[in-house]
Design a protein around this ligand. Structure first.
Ligand SMILES: Nc1ncnc2c1ncn2[C@@H]1O[C@H](COP(=O)(O)OP(=O)(O)OP(=O)(O)O)[C@@H](O)[C@H]1O
Ligand SMILES: [Mg+2]
Length: 468
């Protein structure tokens, strides 16, 4: 049997939550959210009808409630009848350290558990135990006795400890705990890691984690999908390009990489316009500040954009784990999606997880996705340095500028496609009011990928001249 952690999305990471009648450690540095974790666990439990007990060993109850985010405080007030507490933080200065002696502590906690019919307990900050016990073995024994006593009452407990040099304070708490959760603040983002669960599986690695006004929220690094995928042939919706690429199926990822000015977003607009006109829904997520242009282009193409949801998300400091869950929420009812400007995140530590989780989700859900990637150099040989998107893409189209007969032209080349018969030559395209127009294949030119092509005939002439 499992007991919910009460923290949004954490049960998914922990295979349903805590094991019933277990003793669970949450540790982390100062301000990482240990107290709020404990409060959230207990408040959610009380909301589901359980009687709960909060034990503060370090801070006073008054200090703790004063610092609570307003939304959490409101939730606490609403369940105050089922929420009990023991304020050792206030008692200790009056009664002395004796009250931290294992049997005194146990006695106080178990009385409250029995009297109030408590099934969830939170013990916040075990550091004061060192005031009474001076060596690791004795602390370990004290914690072990406490855990056994609570388990014997059928209680599920969360207790918190501080992190010192990457480990929980005494390094002994882990051994007596059925599960261990570590909270991290990197200075930029919050992370949560499950290090152990006894008797069940969990999703390893660092997950996104956020403290909000009304509770904690985990953004697992892996996204779960309902796997609704139905495989059907699709058309990108750009005349002639579909024939050149060959087969595209629902759930495919199409990567469009090119320098600024090659009209990547216009390809995207056309990609979603096609399905929106037929009554299905599509989502355009842009990390560039160009929503008015996207809207205008859609209208020029005769699409009222009723079925096309357009969102601009400011990449700023946004955590990628949170971002992928946000995209997932918005993409629930869509059959097609554009992710415009994914390159802004390519230097982020969590980028690889982001790309793999997001696109395995879209693939499983059958959401066909066009991803645009801006390559910095306008002219010349550009490589797509991003191995992550390249690996997940089913089709890769590269856009470039090339100087042909003294004119700068827009050219595309299909670098990868599912179909073995895809077009391998270089194709000229134009950007018009009604979208992307494929002009046709460029014949008799070489070296276009470098940006400075030469006519094949001239090369042949030069070769012939050389051998004369
Ligand atoms: N309304 C809020 N929205 C977002 N973050 C908040 C809000 N209120 C508090 N926080 C953050 O919560 C953190 C404090 O959480 P908490 O008190 O649970 O940490 P802790 O690990 O128990 O700290 P300590 O080691 O000092 O006991 C702080 O980093 C604070 O910035
Ligand atoms: Mg605290």
């Amino acid at each position: 049997m499992k007991v919910s952690t009460g923290i949004r999305n954490l049960d998914r990471v922990m295979d349903g939550g805590f094991v019933e009648r277990s003793f669970n450690l949450v540790y982390g540095g100062g301000g990482t959210g240990k107290t709020l974790f404990t409060m959230n666990f207990l408040i959610s439990g009380a909301e589901s009808g359980k009687n709960v007990l909060y034990v503060t060993l370090e801070e006073t109850w008054e200090d703790i409630t004063r610092k609570l985010p307003p939304g959490i405080k409101e939730r606490l007030n609403a369940v105050s009848k089922r929420f009990h507490y023991l304020d050792f933080g206030s008692m200790r200065p009056v009664l002395g350290r004796e009250i931290l002696k294992s049997d005194v502590l146990q006695e106080a906690i178990s009385s409250s558990v029995v009297v109030n019919n408590v099934s969830l307990v939170g013990i916040d900050g075990i550091a004061p135990l060192t005031l009474y016990y001076d060596d690791d073995r004795r602390i370990r024994n004290a914690i072990f006795d406490l855990s056994q006593s609570l388990k014997s009452y059928g209680v599920t407990t969360v207790f918190t400890s501080e992190e010192i040099e990457g480990r929980s304070r005494y390094g002994v708490e882990e051994f007596v705990s059925d599960s261990v959760i570590r909270l991290i603040y990197t200075g930029r983002s919050r992370r949560l890691q499950v290090l152990k669960t006894r008797g069940s599986g969990f999703i390893g690695g660092l997950h996104g984690f956020e403290i909000t006004n009304d509770g904690l929220q985990v953004y697992p690094r892996v996204m779960f999908s309902e796997g609704k995928r139905e495989i059907r042939a699709e058309a990108i919706g750009i005349s002639k390009l579909d024939t050149m690429i060959g087969e595209v199926y629902s759930g495919d990822v199409i990567l469009l990489a090119g320098p600024p000015g090659t009209g990547k977003y216009l390809f995207g607009v056309q990609f979603i316009k096609n399905v929106c006109s037929s009554g299905k829904r599509a989502l355009f997520v842009s990390f560039e500040d160009n929503l008015p242009n996207i809207k205008r282009r859609l209208m020029e193409m005769g699409e009222a954009s009723k079925n096309c949801k357009l969102v601009h998300l400011d990449p700023g400091d946004m955590d990628l784990y949170k971002l992928m869950w946000e995209i997932r929420d918005r993409a629930r009812d869509v059959s097609r999606m554009v992710i415009h400007g994914i390159n802004v995140f390519s230097e982020r530590e969590e980028y690889s997880d982001f790309v793999h989780s997001l696109f395995s989700y879209t693939r499983n859900e059958g959401i066909s996705t066009l991803v645009t990637y801006t390559i910095p150099n306008i002219i010349g040989t550009n490589v797509i340095a991003d191995k992550h998107v390249v690996n997940v893409a089913n089709h890769i189209v590269k856009l470039l500028f090339a100087e042909i007969n003294g004119e700068l032209k827009r050219v595309l080349v299909i670098l990868k496609a599912q179909s073995p018969n895809h077009e391998r030559g270089l194709v000229e395209y134009r950007l018009g009011k009604r979208g992307v127009i494929i002009v046709g294949k460029i014949e008799e030119m070489e070296g276009i990928m470098s940006g400075t092509p030469t006519k094949q005939m001239e090369i042949q002439k030069r070769v012939q001249k050389f051998f004369k």
